[in-house]
Design a protein around this ligand. Structure first.
Ligand SMILES: NC(=O)c1ccc[n+]([C@@H]2O[C@H](COP(=O)([O-])OP(=O)(O)OC[C@H]3O[C@@H](n4cnc5c(N)ncnc54)[C@H](OP(=O)(O)O)[C@@H]3O)[C@@H](O)[C@H]2O)c1
Length: 347
């Protein structure tokens, strides 16, 4: 008898006009089913979601249908369609020659559904798990967020022993990896985050100066501990201004993210003229544009270091698809204490 099972999903049902609200904009729906034996693959693969990475950029994808029509990359505003993000899935059936059932794949646009049929192999790659780390880690520190830190650091950080880096959201998935890469390269690191636990973690991974920006003004710390030679920006707005005010001449700003403006419009940065007066270089990057250059090197080096403890990471793992909206909500409120991953399958 054909195997028909529940196929729960998370859908995007309402465009947020301000902050994300739980139960309104992203909705869990367990009404659909799927026939695992007979669902047509149309030349593609049938996969079971294993570990979904929940990431800040997902809020930026929550656009109106009109925005999306104007070529902005958005989620589909449609109660019938799952939202999507980075993640790991197990292959159940395949009509693709180089992908076999039983393999695990990393998918750039993985549906937030228990099962899905994927017909385009763009952004799909088989992951060779070369450690005993759980798949949740391959969706985080050994996945997209670890890669973001690694690729951006390798490509854009003008590494010089003894120079000073400041990184914001230093207690988070990307930021904590940046601290560790910088320390390995001999830099002095100043790092900020918004909780006592994150400050402890930033110290544990080697930050020379770790502080809670909600308790101590960023400018006060940077004036005392700067000037800074490299600023790794995960926040934007006034945090970027504070860093620009404290850059050394010829310094580099690496724009990785601007999370202060994702859930509302945020406060724009005002100090860009400092780039002129201070010969500051500023570069932004998307990690996926650097995959071709560093991905193999990343998989060969970083997961083993995460496994043996040379590099440390923190996770906030949820075990139900229903938790995706809450995980994103916590990220945008700064309440997550580690990389948010929703784990769906036993593995
Ligand atoms: N360029 C790329 O390809 C790429 C790829 C992945 C991620 N990113 C960016 O990297 C940054 C970090 O991502 P992540 O996955 O590592 O997230 P994360 O640090 O694990 O979580 C996000 C953190 O941002 C901080 N935050 C949230 N709202 C804020 C606000 N309004 N003002 C200041 N801080 C706020 C909070 O930490 P605090 O406790 O510090 O407040 C929150 O925990 C994000 O900007 C993200 O968009 C870029």
């Amino acid at each position: 008898m054909a195997k028909v099972v529940r196929n729960a999903r998370v859908t995007y049902n309402n465009v947020p006009t301000g902050n994300l609200e739980l139960g309104k904009h992203l909705v869990y729906d367990d009404s659909a089913t799927i026939n695992l034996d007979n669902v047509p693959l149309n030349g593609g693969i049938l996969i079971k979601a294993v570990a979904l990475s929940v990431d800040p950029y997902m809020r930026l994808m929550m656009l109106s249908a009109e925005d999306t029509a104007l070529n902005a990359k958005g989620m589909f505003l449609n109660a019938e369609l799952s939202i999507f993000g980075y993640g790991i899935a197990a292959v159940l059936r395949s009509e693709v020659s180089n992908i076999r059932p039983g393999q695990y794949i990393h998918v750039d646009e993985l549906e937030h559904a228990e099962y899905s049929v994927v017909t385009s192999m763009t952004g799909v790659r088989v992951v060779d798990r070369n450690t005993r780390l759980p798949w949740s880690v391959y969706a985080g520190a050994a996945g997209m967020t670890g890669q973001t830190a690694y690729f951006g650091w390798k490509e854009y950080a003008p590494v010089k022993k003894g120079s000073t880096l400041y990184v914001s959201t230093g207690g988070g998935a990307v930021g904590s990896m940046v601290i560790q890469l910088a320390k390995k390269d001999g830099l002095r690191v100043i790092a900020s985050a918004g909780s006592r636990e994150k400050v402890e973690f930033m110290k544990e991974v080697g930050a020379d100066v770790a502080f809670n920006y909600k308790e101590t003004p960023i400018r006060e710390v940077l004036t005392k501990e700067g000037p800074i030679d490299i600023y790794w920006d995960n926040v934007g707005g006034d945090t970027l201004d504070a860093a620009l005010e404290n850059m050394s001449v010829g310094g580099t700003v690496i724009i990785c993210g601007q999370i202060a403006g994702y859930d509302d419009d945020g406060v724009p940065a005002h100090r860009l003229m400092k780039m002129v007066y201070g010969d500051i270089h500023m570069v932004g990057f998307g990690f996926n544009n650097l995959e071709y250059k560093y991905l193999d090197e990343f998989y060969a080096t970083i997961p083993p270091k995460l496994e043996n403890g040379e590099f440390k990471f923190r996770e906030e793992v949820y075990y139900s698809l229903e938790k995706v909206p809450e995980a994103l909500f916590r990220i945008l409120k700064g309440k997550n204490e580690g990389k948010c991953v929703v784990v769906l399958s036993d593995y």
